[in-house]
Design a protein around this ligand. Structure first.
Ligand SMILES: Cc1cc2nc3c(=O)[nH]c(=O)nc-3n(C[C@H](O)[C@H](O)[C@H](O)COP(=O)(O)OP(=O)(O)OC[C@H]3O[C@@H](n4cnc5c(N)ncnc54)[C@H](O)[C@@H]3O)c2cc1C
Ligand code: SF4
Length: 329
C-alpha cells in the first residue's frame, strides 16, 4: 500500500471541508482499504468519518417515512424492528449482503458507493480498464465477463454495480442528503449513480468533497409488501448474479402501484419503470409477471459469457413478483 496522510473528522461540515482532490472519506474501509492494497485506489489523504457514527440515530421514524444515517452500520440498520416489519425490502437487502463481520463494520454510505467487482478493474496488472485508466480500453468486453452487466452497458465499460441495498433505495423512491463545500442538498437516489457511457471512471453525480449524511425513504402504501430476492453462485457471502427488489400496493385482486429494481445485471442501481407500468391495474398472475419480466429485460445487451443472465434476471423478477403478491401484510 502506498503511504497516505490521515485526518479524523470531528463533524460532517469539517469532513466535507477537509477533503480535497486526491483525498477520500474513510468509513468502514471494507471497500476502500481493499482497493488501496490492490493499488487500484491511491488517495493521498484519508478523512476518517467514523466519529460521525453517533451523530444521528441509525434509524429515525419521521412523519414522512424513514431517515437512515449514512454512518450507521449495515447490521444495526437491518436489525431495526421497524425496518424489519415495515420495510422488509431494506432489511433483506442489507442482511443478504457480504458477511456478518463486514456488515458490522460497513456503513450505509460506503455501501452505496462501493466500486465494481470487475476483476480487470481490481487487478492493475491488466492494462485495459477504462474505469481505472481512462482511454486504456476494456479487457472485459472479450474477456471473462460472466458476472458483468447486460443493462446500462456501453462499448467502454460493462462492469456491473455490485451492491444490494441500493436496489431497495431506488425501488422505494429514496432521496440522499449530502453536505458539501457548497452546503447541504437533497437529491433523488435515482440521480446518484451514472451509467458508464464514455466516462466509466465517473460513477456518481456527487461533487468533490460531498459527503452523504442520510437516506430518506418516503412512507408509501407499498413498503410493507416488499422483498429482496438475491440469486448468487452460493447462498451466502456472495454478490448477486441477479436480484430483484419489489414493492407492491395491491387492492383487491389488482396491483395499484408497483416499484421494481434489478441488481447484479446492470452498470448502476436499476429501476424497471416499464415493468412497473405493465403491472398497474392488473391482477398479479403468472402471465402478467412474465410479461413484466420480459419488459424489464427488453433492452438487455449481453456478451458471450453473461448471456445466461438475461433469462436468470427475468426468472428472478417473476419469482419475486409472485412471492410479494402472496405475502400476508
Ligand atoms: C468479501 C466481500 C463481500 C461483499 N459482499 C457484498 C454483497 O454481497 N453485497 C453488497 O452490497 N456488498 C458487499 N460487499 C461490499 C461491502 O458491503 C462494502 O465494502 C461496504 O458496504 C462498504 O462500506 P464501508 O463503510 O466499509 O465503506 P468504505 O470502504 O469506507 O468506503 C467506500 C467508498 O465510499 C466512500 N464513502 C464512504 N462513506 C461515505 C459517505 N458517507 N459519503 C461519501 N462517500 C463515502 C469512500 O470514500 C469510498 O470511496 C462485500 C465486500 C467484501 C469485501
Ligand atoms: S468492464 Fe469496466 S471496470 Fe471492467 S475492465 Fe471494462 S472498463 Fe474496466
Amino acid at each position: 500500500m502506498r503511504p497516505f496522510s490521515y485526518v479524523r473528522a470531528e463533524d460532517a461540515i469539517t469532513a466535507s471541508q477537509s477533503i480535497g482532490a486526491g483525498s477520500a472519506f474513510l468509513a468502514g474501509g471494507t471497500t476502500l482499504l481493499d482497493l488501496m492494497k490492490l493499488d487500484v485506489m491511491r488517495p493521498e489523504t484519508l478523512v476518517d468519518i467514523n466519529s460521525l457514527r453517533g451523530s444521528a440515530p441509525a434509524v429515525a421514524l419521521t412523519q414522512g417515512g424513514l431517515r437512515l444515517s449514512a454512518f450507521a452500520s449495515m447490521a444495526e440498520t437491518a436489525a431495526d424492528p421497524n425496518i424489519e416489519h415495515d420495510y422488509p425490502i431494506i432489511a433483506q437487502s442489507l442482511a443478504l449482503a457480504a458477511s456478518p463481520q463486514l456488515r458490522n463494520m460497513a456503513t450505509l454510505g460506503g455501501n452505496v458507493l462501493q466500486r465494481t467487482r470487475c476483476n480487470y478493474f481490481r487487478n492493475p496488472s491488466w492494462r485495459a480498464c477504462n474505469k481505472r485508466e481512462p482511454g486504456s480500453g476494456c479487457a472485459a468486453l472479450d474477456g471473462v465477463n460472466r458476472k458483468h452487466a447486460v443493462l446500462g452497458v456501453s462499448p467502454h465499460c460493462i462492469a456491473s454495480y455490485a451492491g444490494d441495498f441500493a436496489q431497495a433505495l431506488i425501488a422505494l423512491d429514496a432521496a440522499v442528503e449530502t453536505i458539501g463545500p457548497a452546503g447541504p442538498r437533497v437529491i433523488k437516489f435515482e440521480a446518484l449513480h451514472r451509467t458508464p457511457g464514455d466516462t466509466p471512471q465517473t460513477e456518481t453525480n456527487l461533487g468533490q468533497g460531498e459527503l452523504i449524511t442520510a437516506f430518506i425513504v418516503p412512507r408509501a402504501p407499498w413498503t410493507r409488501r416488499s422483498l429482496y430476492l438475491k440469486i448468487r453462485d452460493r447462498e451466502s457471502y456472495e454478490f448477486a448474479l441477479a436480484s430483484a427488489a419489489v414493492a407492491l400496493d395491491i387492492e383487491g385482486d389488482a396491483v395499484k402501484q408497483a416499484r421494481i429494481a434489478l441488481g447484479g445485471i446492470a452498470t448502476r442501481p436499476w429501476r424497471a419503470h416499464a415493468a412497473e407500468q405493465a403491472l398497474a391495474g392488473k391482477p398479479l398472475n403468472e402471465d402478467i409477471a412474465n410479461h413484466a419480466s420480459q419488459l424489464a429485460l427488453a433492452h438487455a445487451s449481453a456478451r458471450q459469457g453473461n448471456a445466461f443472465k438475461v433469462e436468470l434476471a427475468r426468472r428472478t423478477l417473476r419469482r419475486a413478483l409472485l412471492q410479494a403478491a402472496s405475502m400476508k401484510v
